[in-house]
Structure formats: C-alpha cells, structure tokens
Ligand binder design. Structure first.
Ligand SMILES: Cc1cc2nc3c(=O)[nH]c(=O)nc-3n(C[C@H](O)[C@H](O)[C@H](O)COP(=O)(O)OP(=O)(O)OC[C@H]3O[C@@H](n4cnc5c(N)ncnc54)[C@H](O)[C@@H]3O)c2cc1C
Length: 379
C-alpha cells in the first residue's frame, strides 16, 4: 500500500494552481481539474502584495515573477484629475503584473512539481467523505478534495454549503493594452506615467479609470462605471466618446482598449457558513470572493491555498477533517476582515479620497502565510 496522500482539486485558477503546487511539493499526488479546454487566464492585470508574494517565494518562482513584473514608484489617487494622494507604501512589498503571466508561472510550477493536470474536465460536485465527481460519471477518491472552482463553485453548491452574497453597485471592464507612454507624456508631460494612477471622477458622472503599468510594455486599465450607466458599462466595445470626455489625457490607451472585446464584470462578495466539510476544503473565490478595492481577492486565494496545503500535510491523515476545521478557524478571520474593508470601500467609493494603504487596511498585505509562528498570539 502506498503511503502517498492524494488530492483531487477543482479549478486551475490562482487558488487551484497554488494549492496543487504546494501539495505536490510536499509529497502528495495531485490531480487538478480544469473545465476549460486549455490552461489559461483570460483576465488583464493584477496587483499582488507581500502575503501572496511570500507564497510565490515559497513555491520557488519569485525570481521569475520579479523579472516579469514591476513595482510602480507610487500609487497615486486623483479626484477630477487633481492628485489627492501619492502613496509609496514604505515597508510594503507589492508588484504589478499581468494575469496571463502569473498564470503561466504558476502552471509551469505545478507541472514541474508533478501535478497531473486534466483540462476539459468539469467537476460537478464532491462528497464530504472525499470523492470528486466529474462530468461523464467518474467518481474520484481522495484524502483531500479542494474546491477552487471560482465564484460559481460546483463543489461548494453540491455540498449544500449556504452563503450570503452582496453585489456591488459598480462594475469594471478590464484591458491589457500597450503602454503608449510617450504618447501619454506628450499629453501630460508632468505626470509620472510609471505610477499606478487611480483616476476617479464622480461628477458629472461616476467614471473611474484605474491605470496600472504591469511591466515595461503592457498596461492594465480597469474602467469602472455603475451598472445602471448603460454608456459607461457598454461592452464589448467601450464607448470611447464617453470615456475620453471625462479622461481626455488617456485617449491613446483608451483607443487601444476599443480594439479589444471587453466584458463588464459586476463584482461580488460571498460569505460562506463554512469553508470545509469533511475532507473537502474551499478556497479562493469559491469561498471568499471580495470586492477588488484592496486588490486582495487573488492574494487571499493564494495565501489560503498555501496555508491549506501546509495544514493538510501536517495533519494525521485520519484526522484531516478536524485539521481542516482548525485551518479555517485560524485563517478565516484575516480574509473576512479584508473582505469587510473591501466591501465598505466598494459601497462608499471611499477609495476616491486616497490614502487607503495605511493602518488596518495593510493587515492582509503584511500577513506572512509562510511564517509557522504567525498564529502564536492568536491561538
Ligand atoms: C475587477 C477586479 C479586479 C481585481 N483585482 C485584483 C488584484 O489586483 N489583486 C488581487 O489579488 N485580486 C484581484 N481580484 C480578485 C481575483 O481576480 C480573484 O479573487 C482570483 O482570481 C480568484 O481566483 P480563484 O482561483 O479562486 O478563482 P478563478 O480565477 O475564478 O478560477 C477558477 C478556475 O476554476 C475553473 N472552474 C470553474 N468551475 C469549474 C468546474 N466546475 N470544474 C472545473 N473547473 C472549473 C475556471 O475555469 C477557472 O480556471 C480582482 C477581481 C476583480 C473582479
């Protein structure tokens, strides 16, 4: 009889790839199911903070991440094009990068660690005794089953886990476009176009552009508009006249965005009654989707994926369900406080006042999920 423990994981997003790699690196045999026919991330850009960068460091991919990402000099917030804050976040580790790049690095790490990746494999449910059910009828037994299958999680719903959900009044359309830095500089020579610039505009209408350089060549722009603003939320092609009427200095990159089919995405927060049931654990958006105000949904997904892998590995196999409950007890409060702060910002549009990366708002960014002593004060 083999003593190798086995995990079946649903969903190859940032959460699933992270937990798969961390488990495989700790000696587990791991199969990762992705319903898409290929392994890829379709999103645009992402901001990561120390909590997830520590995880990437522990997975052994931080050099590669550093090469393909950047830390902008400042996180600048503007209201009606007047600078309200320039935050350089001393002592905070943060990077901006593209999602396809992060996904590629994590996919390669998973393969390198020996994870078996099954694409075109749609998970339809799980049982608390540790079975993953795949469309087509297969029932796969595992010591640990992980639902990392996103906000519409089939694993979560098949277990009957109840949850509350809040939709934000605003939504975002995201693009990766060429930087066009020289063109932008010609329009506004005094602007530092390497900064993240959060261009808020509340009057005469709410139209916000989050401008995030992701590397030397690529720019991530996120266009936020209320869901009841038909013109502002128009997709697949953005309404260039509307967006340039409010943000004329961004014309070169907004024009680039019109060449790409966009998808308006209304973000949500979900709060589950429990993250685990028997041998099944839920992570990432399946467990704790959140508004993007503090840029931590993916960060929390990766840190909870990593701590799940370490907790499951440390557990006696027979006691795994109890170990999962304890993992949730210790880790969940950090994520929920981050969700609450992000939801508050999303409902009040409070980020428009700038200066948000201070005090308690940095709790998650400064959390180190790789520190084995992190809960000493909490236990
Ligand atoms: C506008 C916006 C901006 C954001 N910005 C940031 C940011 O800057 N920083 C940050 O950290 N986070 C950010 N986030 C949050 C972040 O994008 C998510 O929290 C993160 O991507 C969640 O990862 P995940 O792996 O849990 O889920 P997903 O990315 O949804 O991955 C789930 C995977 O599971 C697959 N899947 C789904 N169902 C099944 C099934 N039944 N069977 C098999 N496979 C399945 C999907 O195809 C997908 O590959 C932002 C979110 C939004 C909306």
């Amino acid at each position: 009889m083999s003593s190798t423990r086995h995990a079946e994981i649903a969903g190859a997003g940032f959460a699933g790839l992270t937990v798969a790699t961390a488990l495989a690196q700790r000696g587990w045999s791991v199969r990762l199911h992705e319903k898409g026919t290929e392994l890829r991330e379709q999103g645009a850009g992402i901001v990561l903070f120390g909590n997830s960068l520590k995880v990437l460091e522990s997975l052994g991919v931080i050099d590669e991440i550093n090469e393909g990402s950047m830390t902008p000099p400042f996180y600048e917030t503007r209201m009606q094009n007047v600078i309200v804050s320039d935050e350089d976040m001393p002592g905070v580790w943060w990077r901006t990068l593209t999602r396809p790049f992060l996904h590629k690095v994590l996919s390669e790490a998973a393969r390198h660690a020996g994870v078996e990746i099954a694409t075109g494999s749609e998970v339809i449910g799980a049982t608390e005794s540790g079975t993953l059910r795949v469309r087509g009828g297969e029932e796969l037994e595992a010591d640990l089953v992980v639902g990392a299958d996103g906000v519409a999680s089939a694993v979560r719903d098949s277990l009957g886990i109840r949850y509350d959900r809040w939709n934000a009044k605003d939504g975002i359309t995201r693009f990766l476009v060429p930087r066009r830095k020289e063109d932008l500089q010609r329009i506004e020579p005094d602007t530092e176009w390497d900064n993240v610039i959060d261009f808020w505009n509340l009057e005469p209408r709410v139209l916000r552009v989050l401008y995030t350089p992701a590397n030397a060549r690529e720019l991530y722009i996120a266009l936020m508009a209320p869901s009841d603003d038909k013109e502002g939320s128009a997709t697949p092609t953005i309404n260039l006249d509307v967006w340039t009427s409010i943000h004329p200095q961004l014309r070169p990159v907004l024009e680039e965005a019109t060449k790409i089919d966009g998808k308006y995405f209304r973000y949500q927060t979900n709060r589950l009654e429990q993250w685990t049931k028997g041998r099944v654990a839920l992570i990432g958006d399946a467990a704790h989707a959140m508004a993007p105000a503090l840029a931590q949904g993916g960060g929390c997904a990766m840190m909870n994926a990593f701590t799940l892998a370490t907790a499951a590995t440390a557990a006696d196999p027979a006691d795994l369900p109890d170990a999962l409950v304890e993992w949730e007890r210790l880790e969940r409060p950090f994520t929920e406080r981050c969700q609450d702060r992000s939801q508050e910002y999303a409902s009040t549009r409070g980020m428009s006042q700038g200066g948000q990366f201070v005090g308690d708002n940095l709790e998650t960014a400064l959390y180190d999920p790789t520190d084995p002593n992190r809960h000493l004060a909490q236990v």
